[in-house]
Design a protein around this ligand. Structure first.
Ligand SMILES: [Zn+2]
Length: 498
C-alpha cells in the first residue's frame, strides 16, 4: 500500500519514540520510525521533512465562541490606536457612513491614552452616529458604551450593570447586548471564515461553539457550503431552544465531519469579574454573593428532557454555590455518566463537589487561560475573592486527582492553546498545576472525549483523522512562550503554513 503523505524528522511528544507519520485519504495510517514507514512511499507520496519541529494532534478548543471570535476580527471597528476621543468619534462617524442603516460596533478604545482622559458616553456616540445603533467595547472588554438607539436594545433595568444616562453597560449587560446584535448573513459567514483562518494559525483544528443560536447555525451551514469552514465545529444550542431541538429529533452527532450538534448550553451563574458568579461567601470587594440564575428543579427538568433526546448538557457554573446547585440538579435529574454532561468553567469547586462530579460522571470543561489572565497576586481574582479563594481557583490538578475527565478550552479570551497551556503548566498556585503531558491531553483527547469525538480526533494514532499542528520546537524542552505554530493540517490538508 502507498500513502498520500509521510511526515518525517519531527518529534512527536504524544507518541514518544516516533519520528514519522503516514497519512492517507485524510486519515493517519501509521505512526512510528521512518525506516518502518518507508515501504508506504510510492510515486504519488509527498514526503515532508520537518527536522527540529514537533507535531501534536490538532488542538481542540472545548469551549469557545467561534462566531464572536470571527466578528472581533472582521466586523468590529477597531479603536485601539485612536489617540484621542475625537479621533475615536471620527472613526465611528466614518464607519456609520459606510454601513448605512446597520449597527456600528467598535472595540478597543482606551481613554487612559487620550488627552481628554474620560470615558466615552452616550451623548458622544449620539453626536457621531445619530441615526443607527452604535456601541463601543472598552479595551478591557468589561464596559460597552451605547448611543441612544443601541441602548434601547438593552432589556436590563438601571443598576450596577446599566447606567442609561451615560449609556454604559457592564459585564453581563454588555454581553447580552453584544449577543443581541445580529449582523447580516454575509457578515456572519465572513466572520466564520475569519475565525477558521485564525484557528488554523494557532493550531486549533476543532472547536466547540457555545453559542449555537439559529442565526449562527444558518451562517455555519452557508460557510460550510461555500468551503469557508476549515475547522471542525461542534455546536451547543442555547437551552431556550431545547424544545425545538427535541421537536426536530436532533441528537448529539447530527451533522457531519465539519459541523455537528453535541448538546445544549445552560447558565447557572455569571462571572467573577462582574461579581455575578454565585458564591457561598460574599465577594471581598462587594457585599454580594452573586446569583444562581436557574432554580434546581427547572435545571433538573431540562436536564432530563435533554438526556432523553440524547443531547449533552453543558452547564456554566463558576462559583461554589452555582456548582453545588448544578450537582443537586444532576442528582435530581438522575443523569447517566454515559451522557458525559459537562460543567463549564468549574472555577471554585470544593473537594466534596469533585467527589460528587466523579460519582455522577460529569466532565470538567475548564479554561487555563483564565489562570494566566486573572489568577495570582494583584490580579482580578485576588481583588474580587481574596488571596485564599484565589489560591484554590481553577484546580486542574484536583480535577485529575479525582479521576474527572478534563477538557480544556479558551472561551475565546483569547483563543490560543499555547497561551492557555501555560496557565496549567506554570500557574501561580499548586492546585492549578498539571504536567505538560496532562495539559496537552486536556486540549486534545480530553476535549475530544467531552465532544464524543475521541474515536476520530485528539490522538496521533492509526485510524484517527489527520488533524495536526506543527510547532517550531518541542514543548518538552522549549518554554511554551517561545514556541510558534508553523503549520496546521485538517484531514491531511494544509490549512496554515507560516
Ligand atoms: Zn463561554
Amino acid at each position: 500500500m502507498q500513502v498520500d503523505l509521510i511526515i518525517r524528522g519531527a518529534t512527536f511528544p504524544t507518541a514518544p519514540g516516533a519520528d514519522a507519520l503516514a497519512v492517507h485519504c485524510g486519515v493517519i495510517r501509521a505512526v512510528g520510525n521512518f525506516s518502518e514507514l518507508q515501504g508506504l512511499i510510492g510515486p504519488g507520496t509527498d514526503v515532508l521533512s520537518l527536522e527540529g519541529k514537533a507535531i501534536l494532534p490538532g488542538f481542540i478548543d472545548a469551549h469557545t465562541h467561534f462566531v464572536r471570535v470571527g466578528l472581533e476580527r472582521t466586523f468590529y471597528v477597531d479603536l485601539s490606536d485612536a489617540m484621542s476621543l475625537d479621533e475615536a468619534l471620527a472613526r465611528l462617524r466614518q464607519a456609520a457612513q459606510e454601513r448605512q442603516g446597520a449597527w456600528v460596533v467598535a472595540q478597543g478604545w482606551d481613554e487612559s491614552r487620550w488627552p481628554e482622559r474620560r470615558l466615552l458616553e452616550r451623548l458622544d456616540l449620539d453626536r457621531a452616529v445619530p441615526r443607527q445603533p452604535c456601541c463601543a467595547v472598552r479595551v478591557d472588554g468589561h464596559l460597552v458604551v451605547c448611543n441612544t438607539l443601541a441602548l434601547a436594545r438593552c432589556s436590563l433595568p438601571e443598576g450596577e450593570l446599566v447606567d442609561r444616562g451615560l449609556g454604559h453597560l457592564r459585564e453581563e449587560a454588555a454581553w447580552e447586548l453584544l449577543e443581541a446584535i445580529l449582523p447580516d448573513r454575509t457578515t456572519l459567514v465572513e466572520a466564520i471564515a475569519a475565525a477558521s483562518r485564525h484557528a488554523a494559525e494557532i493550531g486549533v483544528t476543532a472547536a466547540a461553539e457555545m453559542s449555537g443560536k439559529p442565526e449562527y447555525v444558518r451562517a455555519y451551514l452557508h460557510a460550510l457550503e461555500e468551503g469557508k469552514l476549515k475547522t471542525r465545529v461542534f455546536l451547543y444550542i442555547p437551552l431556550e431552544h431545547l424544545g425545538e431541538a427535541r421537536a426536530l429529533g436532533l441528537r448529539r452527532g447530527f451533522g457531519g465531519e465539519l459541523l455537528r450538534v453535541v448538546g445544549v448550553k445552560a447558565y447557572v451563574d455569571g462571572s467573577i469579574g462582574a461579581h455575578t458568579a454565585a458564591l457561598s461567601l460574599p465577594y471581598r470587594d462587594q457585599e454580594s454573593r452573586g446569583t444562581v440564575l436557574l432554580d434546581i428543579e427547572s435545571l433538573a427538568r431540562a436536564w432530563r428532557k435533554a438526556s432523553h433526546a440524547e443531547l449533552q448538557v453543558a452547564v456554566h457554573a463558576i462559583g461554589d454555590r452555582a456548582i453545588a446547585a448544578v450537582l443537586r440538579a444532576a442528582k435530581l435529574a438522575g443523569i447517566s455518566r454515559y451522557d458525559r454532561h459537562r460543567i463549564e468553567h468549574l472555577e471554585l469547586p470544593t473537594e466534596e463537589h469533585l467527589e460528587r462530579m466523579e460519582e455522577l460522571g460529569l466532565v470538567a470543561s475548564m479554561q487555563p487561560n483564565f489562570v494566566v489572565n486573572w489568577s495570582g497576586p494583584g490580579k482580578l481574582y485576588e481583588m474580587r475573592l481574596g488571596a485564599e479563594r484565589d489560591s484554590r481557583i481553577d484546580p486542574h490538578a484536583l480535577v485529575l486527582k479525582h479521576g474527572i475527565p478534563l477538557a480544556f478550552g479558551s472561551d475565546g479570551m483569547p483563543m490560543g492553546p499555547l497561551y492557555g497551556l501555560s496557565g496549567a503548566v506554570s500557574p501561580p498556585h499548586e492546585v492549578q498545576r498539571v504536567s505538560l503531558e496532562d495539559a496537552i491531553e486536556a486540549y486534545t483527547v480530553g476535549a475530544a472525549f467531552s465532544l464524543f469525538a475521541e474515536g476520530e480526533l485528539g490522538e496521533l494514532a492509526p485510524g484517527k483523522r489527520a488533524d495536526l499542528v506543527v510547532l517550531s520546537a518541542d514543548p518538552r524542552t522549549t518554554p511554551l512562550e517561545e514556541i510558534r505554530v508553523e503549520m496546521s493540517f485538517l484531514g491531511g490538508e494544509v490549512i496554515f503554513r507560516r
